[in-house]
Design a protein around this ligand. Structure first.
Ligand code: HEC
Length: 488
């Protein structure tokens, strides 16, 4: 405050000089605007960050969100940006700033924006060649061992008590991977709608699988209608008997069915409370679904192992809400895992452009989509100016640019001593494994592992203490085997 008054007093003589000048040369808009420029400069209000905040952030986002991750329409060189700012694209809604800024200020703004978007370039390792299966990281070197191949999109995997693995392929196949690394087909999977992001998706074992042999999987369930085939996210429970499923039962069907082929969400995670948590995306209809408690879409649900509703669910017993809802206001949550230390449920969510999130999921909480967000629409337009609101949760972290986060897992056990307690998250878009170092419930550091490994779909801790990842096209299951660091 005091700095403001100081500047105001300092500015008075200048204001008088400027006014005199104005009257001497006559009041035309050109002279007037030059004077405004001088005043601003004198008041030290012309730093590029201040100019950005004052003149650009309203339309382009506080944190240059629209420029980061942008498909540039008019080029991304310094000169292109300079031209855009100086002369504008009035027909597209971009005002001209030639009467606001000096050329120097405009250049400083372009530098400011170009420096800001450099952030994106750090993910630019499309051309990093994979010459070996040894990867080094800050704290641990690893060798990647191929455990299974020949599966196009291995959406998820889980481990049987005898060391075998179950793997879902998005196209609709369920495999058993034997100890001899043979893939065997498991019969009895329902018809899935393998289109767009849909298909056979996540898989989980019942916590007491050893006794009851129950498995759970999520999939996009098709439904014929007059306007074509509709689909929704469903969860089936079945008994695994040899390589056959029996006693199949749909224990959860998200309503309503919809025409779209995306945002099925659909991670499954048993909590320490024995309940099954199911994430469901908003199916591309953010206006109707995520904030409306009357449907299943854009929510994380909590059900019992037979699909019935726990009596202590946050909206159970209300006639204006779906009783299985545990949290809402989600876009497309595709990662769920339990923190082994705290028992808390963590999730990753595909947000809008520049707004992918990590959240800790709380009972009855609203995660804000599409009312609050750090991102913008994929076409570059703005849908909200607010990133926070009373009654809506803040993410633990958001990624700008969006990394398209998939499965997630906490590192447990002692095989990876320097990674212990870290949170691993797959990136579909940038094809790597993201390692997050936590301090309490905060992510304080991130490292990119396995650069250019392929669209990383899922990551799991095996019961043998190794980390496993699944990657797409060509699909494979890979094990991260820790190795001693070679001396330089
Ligand atoms: C009134 C809203 C508004 C304000 C204020 C605004 N812009 Fe824009 N800007 C737009 C729109 C709309 C576009 C056109 C987007 C398109 O063509 O896709 C645009 C385009 C641009 C482009 C070209 C982007 C490309 O894809 O080539 C640049 C650079 C730019 N703005 C910079 C700025 C800067 C710097 C400021 C602040 C000095 C600013 N804008 C202020 C709305 C605004």
């Amino acid at each position: 405050m005091s700095k403001f008054y100081y500047l105001l007093i300092m500015a008075c003589p200048l204001l008088i000089v400027e006014m005199q000048e104005t009257f001497q040369v006559g009041y035309d808009s050109g002279a007037h605007s030059i004077n405004l420029k001088k005043i601003r400069r004198f008041l030290l209000l012309n730093s590029p960050s201040a100019n950005y905040a004052n003149y650009c952030s309203g339309c382009h986002g506080e944190k240059m969100d629209a420029f980061v991750d942008r498909k540039w329409k008019h080029g991304e060189t310094k000169e292109n940006l300079f031209k855009a700012i100086k002369y504008g694209y009035p027909d597209d809604g971009m005002p001209a700033f030639d009467t606001t800024f000096t050329d120097q200020e405009t250049y400083e703004l372009t530098d400011y924006i170009l420096a800001g978007i450099k952030n994106v370039k750090k993910y630019d390792f499309k051309d990093v060649p994979r010459t070996s299966n040894i990867f080094s990281s800050e704290a641990q070197d690893i060798r990647l061992d191929t455990i299974a191949s020949g599966i196009n999109v291995p959406w998820s995997m889980t481990f049987l008590p005898n060391g075998e693995m179950l793997i879902t392929e998005r196209s609709g196949k369920l495999y058993r991977l034997t100890k001899e690394k043979k893939l065997q087909n498991i019969d009895g999977v329902p018809d899935v709608l393998a289109e767009g992001q849909g298909g056979l998706l996540d898989i989980a074992l019942h916590p007491a699988f050893g006794k009851n042999h129950l498995i759970y999987f999520s999939y996009s369930m098709p439904q014929k209608s007059d306007s074509g085939v509709l689909a929704t996210t469903a969860v089936m429970r079945a008994k695994l008997k040899g390589n056959k499923l029996t006693a199949q039962k749909n224990i959860f069907i998200a309503l309503p069915f919809s025409k779209t082929r995306h945002h099925f969400g659909s991670r499954l995670q048993f909590g320490k409370d024995g309940c099954l948590y199911v994430s469901v995306g908003e199916r591309g209809n953010e206006k109707q679904n995520p904030q409306n408690l009357n449907n299943h879409l854009g929510k994380i649900h909590r059900i019992k192992d037979d699909g019935t509703i726990p009596a202590d669910n946050p909206f159970a017993g209300r006639n204006d809400a779906v009783a299985s809802i545990y949290s809402f206001g989600h876009r497309n949550p595709q990662g769920l895992t339990i923190d082994p230390l705290t028992g808390k449920l963590w999730s990753t969510e595909h947000g809008p452009r520049g707004g992918d999130e990590v959240n800790i999921i709380g009972k009855g909480r609203n995660y804000g989509w599409p009312v609050i967000s750090y991102g913008i629409n994929y076409n570059g337009t703005i849908f909200t100016n607010i990133t926070a609101k009373e009654g809506m949760e803040q993410p633990v972290l958001y990624w700008n640019p969006s990394i398209a986060p998939s499965g997630m897992a906490f590192v447990t056990g002692d095989r990876y001593k320097n990674w212990k307690g870290n949170l691993l998250v797959g990136s579909l878009r940038f094809k790597y494994l993201n390692r997050c170092v936590l301090k309490g419930n905060k992510i304080v550091r991130q490292e990119m592992l396995l650069k250019n490994i392929g669209r990383l779909r899922d990551v799991r801790m095996g019961p043998d203490g190794y980390i496993y990842v699944s990657v797409e096209s060509p699909g494979a299951i890979l094990r991260l085997t820790p190795i001693r660091r070679k001396m330089p």
